[in-house]
Design a protein around this ligand. Sequence first.
Ligand code: NAD
Length: 467
Amino acid sequence: MPTTEPDRVPGRRDARFAVVNPATGEPFDQAPDQQPDELDAVVDRSHRAWRDWRADPAARTTALRGAADAVETAGEELARLLTREQGKPLTESYAEIARTAARLRYFADLAPRTRRITDGRPVHSEVRWRPLGPVAAIVPWNFPLQLAAAKFAPALAAGNTVVLKPSPFTPLATRLLGSVLATALPEDVLTVVTGREPLGARLASHPRIRHVTFTGSVPTGRAVARAAGASLARVTLELGGNDAAVLLDDIDVDRIADRLFWAAFRNCGQVCMAVKRVYAPARLHAEVVEALAQRAKSVAVGPGLDPDTRLGPVNNAPQLARVEQITEQALADGARAAAGGQRLDGPGYFFAPTILTDVPPDSAVVTEEQFGPVLPVLPYRSLDEAVDAANGTGFGLGGSVWGTDLDRAEAVADRLECGTAWINHHAELSLAQPFAGIKNSGVGVAGGPWGLYGNLRPFVVHRPREE
Ligand code: NAD
């Protein structure tokens, strides 16, 4: 679900909105509330910067490598700010910064391949690749920096310029990232704009934007696709997920429990490709529930800046209300909380890590994306039933199969209808692999060379071999 936005700060002449620390529930800073009518000037500057940026691939490689170095140098400051506004434990923020730099470095060295087509005719055609123009990158609040980098690194490497709009819940680390990158990139090659809607909608429909690359919820993704239709810009959508983990009857519950728990609860469950439903064989169901519940009860929940914290708060008040509502609905539908089940007392947006059992399969916590620290564990009797249930939602981002016999697990994974299927883990991605959801989970391909080509268009030169 899309999240309702923060309020404008009253009584100020320059428009700003408050940024809240989710660990306290209190505003700690403000960000510019840029207005849609400012976008013409921003996109025009981005378009002008494109002329030089697209012309020199070697200069781009050098600049992007320099940008990666600059991110690492500013890592400590970026990580602390990210934790303050997003909520995640500091160790996860460091990892996010490292992935941001790694993406820049990976794409800095990636170039498209020119191809000669020879088909027996007395002509040859050469397929070259050209950038598209200014790209709009619109991202959510769960991984503000690494998801932004997943968009701007391939777009810039391909020779496009980028206008990046973070979520109004997490504008500050992205603004800081923008100024860090500005030390390595030419002016206006990457511009960060912050503001509340309709800033994103207007950016997506801007006539000079040639590619809108969006990560966020399904309803907003639909709105973005409609907006981009105005100028027929290319659209890449990375949307929500409702990934299932299917456990096979030969698992060793103790051995996988930690990995499975963190596949669901990392970043407080606010991961597009987190495990959001577990299907366990009926014979092992109680043991799996118990193993996960033990971990949920004992994990250290607290402010992300506290070094002992393993699980931070939910990022924002509307998302906390959503997690609370979907959990209460499940309990009203007949589910039982084996751990957690409610908000934690005290300040901040904390929700007790929750394991749900006896959940009716048509309860919203199973059929929709909870996007928070709540995990339903459902029993199954036959493998066909489990695979059908795993495939039975409108989402198709990822999925996983857990078993001791790897060949058997892989055969089951092959039956999952999604973009990525993992065996015995979940949500691990290589920079070099394609990332693409199916059904409501997305349109287009990100990651690896596919992500680079997603920011390029073919340009064909066709000439006779000799005259
Ligand atoms: P959201 O859809 O509410 O917002 C995403 C971004 O779009 C934000 O920057 C927001 O300000 C902006 N926006 C809002 N309305 C807009 C409009 N009409 N036009 C253009 N932009 C608009 O999502 P969220 O709540 O910030 O993030 C959570 C969602 O993101 C979850 O559904 C999650 O699964 C998804 N997500 C997907 C991936 C993926 O790679 N598939 C990764 C991370 C998160």
